[in-house]
Design a protein. Structure first.
Length: 575
């Protein structure tokens, strides 16, 4: 049956399963009926350009965007390994963001230029939701933050990793009366920085942040009466933490993750009773070192007993679990509330575990965990609690693994990205293939710390993988440069032929040409080249010998640029 024979209601239901990019590309201007159904389906468009091909991006910009630009309500832009330079290309096509007159939500990813970030923010005067994700820049100039706080209708602001420290918040001079929900992730704030945020955001109701207290006793100068929900990563003393909560008497929900801080149940009870009387939801993850002891089981029991009072068990029914590793020389341990409601977990498969819940086998499904770092042991030590992870989307693991892994992770149906560190041995690649066979929706396969390369690696298969990472920009010491033969084998392998995004180190620049010409589905390539002269700073393209060479040898349709923070890395957006 042809699609056009279906009733409008069924076609609209089908449209619900496709994103705006695919719908526009497939159905826009096919006929008047489908155009009307598209208008119904998208009273306002959400355009997500994060993984779009260069070809589709050009088609959308040239043929479709002019007619729908005043209907776009949500926009995602990324300048990363999959879509390098996309935001700059979009703006250079005279699509200033001020033309998106109905834009309400803007998400920006991996933009490394402070000037470009400021230019974009100043063009989005009426957005209500803003996300800046991994937009690192080194400049301490604070105009960007002030520009964000100047947005008159901004309600929800999410800033993730735009700087290592929150120093720019100390010079925040603009007061926002509209921001109610604020997330400052992967940015360490001290008390003065956070105080400035509270002073300039008086209507704040929800906050996610990281606080590091360097002094034993620190205080927030003013109360925050409207704050009802706090998600906090905390590094500091008990005394400073007490002083912080003293100014948040109306908290309804507290999610807190502490490091190197051991506070027993009695101390937590006193804090919650004295300073947070309205608290209803409490989620705790506390990483610490157990005191030296000849019997860690007894030490853990003593700690857990402080969480077995009427306050914890009867009044609130807040149960906790403690995990520790008997072979860890530092006695590292973790204590957390049940059920486990954090989205990441570091699991050691030989850990011991005890809880305050009467049945130790309850609360063993950690369904909320999306990102799992799995540390395995080849010992015969049995984990006491059969913890199960059913919904992970990211897995970080070293191969070979202990067979217990399959009991802890019985399904990889939701897995989107896999980071593997490979040790030598044929069983390593057999186990890698076993994981890939169980991951039907895997998109990214990343080889971390690759120090050797065996040709058997290129015989592994998985039909869903679209991105291969052979180096990580965070750990350059482990770079492995592909020679010509290895590039040839990779390009002609099953994974190479279906690969759309490739991140790799190569010995010669000519290897890049071979990969681009022979990997038929390759859309974008990020690489380091051993014969690059390696400029110490980003040069104009006319002065950059390697960029000029690629300009002469690659098709004119390719977009070529150096990474703005690590100049040895080159991005090519191919097709």
């Amino acid at each position: 049956m042809k699609l056009e024979y279906l009733p409008n209601e069924i076609i609209l239901e089908i449209f619900d399963y496709l994103n705006a990019i695919h719908l526009i590309h497939a159905f826009h201007n096919v006929n008047l009926r489908l155009n009307k159904l598209l208008d119904i389906s998208f009273q306002s468009y959400c355009l997500d350009f994060r993984s779009i091909s260069k070809y589709d991006f050009n088609i959308i910009c040239q043929q479709h965007l002019p007619s729908i630009i005043d209907k776009v309500s949500s926009l995602h832009l990324a300048d990363d390994d999959e879509t390098p330079n996309l935001p700059k290309i979009l703006l250079s096509n005279i699509f200033t963001l001020s033309r998106f007159t109905h834009l309400k939500a803007l998400s920006l990813y991996s933009i490394q230029s402070l000037d470009l970030l400021n230019e974009i923010i100043l063009q989005c005067h009426y957005i209500t939701h803003l996300k800046l994700i991994q937009c690192f820049y080194e400049n301490k100039e604070c105009q960007l933050i002030n520009n964000i706080w100047s947005l008159p209708k901004l309600i929800d602001c999410h800033i993730d990793g735009i700087m290592l420290k929150g120093i720019c918040f100390s010079e925040l001079s603009i007061k926002s009366l509209s921001i109610k929900y604020l997330s400052i992730k992967n940015i360490i704030c001290n008390i003065p920085y956070l105080s400035s945020v509270f002073q300039q955001t008086p209507c704040l109701q929800r906050l996610c942040t990281t606080i590091a207290c360097t002094e034993k006793i620190e205080k927030l100068p003013d109360s925050i009466p409207l704050l009802t929900k706090l998600t906090l990563s905390y590094h500091g003393s008990i005394l400073s933490m007490r002083n912080i909560f003293q100014q948040m008497c109306n908290l309804h929900t507290l999610t807190i993750n502490t490091s190197y801080l051991l506070s027993d149940g009695s101390e937590w009870e006193n804090i919650l009773v004295d300073y947070l009387p309205k608290l209803k939801y409490f989620r705790l993850k506390m990483s610490f070192q157990l005191p030296e002891s000849n019997n860690l089981d007894i030490t853990v029991d003593e700690l857990l007993n402080t969480f077995r009072t009427d306050f914890w068990i009867k009044k609130h029914q807040w149960f906790v679990r403690c995990d520790w590793n008997t072979s860890d020389p530092f006695n590292n341990a973790i204590l957390y509330t049940l059920p486990y409601l954090f989205d990441d977990f570091h699991f050691i498969n030989e850990s011991c575990s005890k809880s305050t819940y009467s049945d130790e086998k309850q609360y063993c499904s950690y369904d909320h965990v999306k990102s799992l770092q799995y540390e395995n042991s080849i010992s015969n030590h049995s984990v006491s609690i059969p913890i199960v992870f059913l919904n992970i989307t990211h897995l970080d693991i070293m191969l070979p693994f202990n067979e217990k892994l399959l009991r802890n992770i019985p399904s990889l149906n939701h897995l989107k990205s896999l980071d593997v560190t490979l040790l030598t041995g044929e069983s390593t690649y057999h186990q890698l293939q076993l994981l890939l066979n169980r991951a039907p929706h895997l998109h990214i396969l990343r080889f971390s710390h690759l120090s050797d390369l065996e040709m058997i690696l290129f015989k592994i298969t998985n039909t869903s993988v679209r991105r291969l990472d052979f180096f990580t920009k965070e750990s350059m010491l482990y770079s492995w440069y592909f020679n010509e033969d290895q590039c040839n084998v990779l390009a002609n392998s099953s994974l190479g032929q279906q690969c759309q995004t490739l991140i790799i180190d190569i010995i010669r620049r000519t290897n890049v040409l071979y990969l681009i010409n022979n990997m038929s589905n390759l859309r974008s390539l990020t690489f380091q080249c051993k014969d690059d002269k390696g400029p110490q700073k980003i040069l104009p393209s006319i002065d950059d010998e390697l960029i000029q060479w690629f300009d002469q040898h690659l098709p004119r349709t390719c977009s070529i640029s150096r990474n703005k923070t690590q100049s040895s890395i080159i991005h090519v957006w191919i097709r």
